[in-house]
Design a protein. Structure first.
Length: 91
């Protein structure tokens, strides 16, 4: 899959952008969904986040960067302190 080849540096980013822009809206959504799943499975470390943001070319204030930074901090703070909530169940 092209997402994997892009992540491994086997294909240039420009080629990935061209591929993505050539997809229908529905296929773009499917590709982004797959990318989210890949990211969720990656074994990233906290110290990987700043370098990843810097190498991506996005500003640290843009939503994806903020989500990475704040999301990882929030998960670290709440890990082990949440319990599953069933719909319709009293909190």
């Amino acid at each position: 899959m092209i997402l994997t080849e892009l992540a491994q540096g086997l294909k240039p980013v420009d080629e990935g952008v061209e591929w993505f822009e050539g997809l229908s809206e529905g296929d773009q959504r499917k590709a982004l969904h797959a990318l989210v799943l890949f990211c969720g499975q990656a074994s990233t470390r906290e110290e990987d986040v700043p370098e990843s943001i810097a190498s991506s070319g996005i500003r640290p204030t843009q939503t994806p960067a903020v989500m990475l930074t704040k999301g990882r901090q929030q998960r670290a703070c709440t890990a082990g302190h949440l319990r599953p909530v069933r719909r319709g169940a009293a909190a």
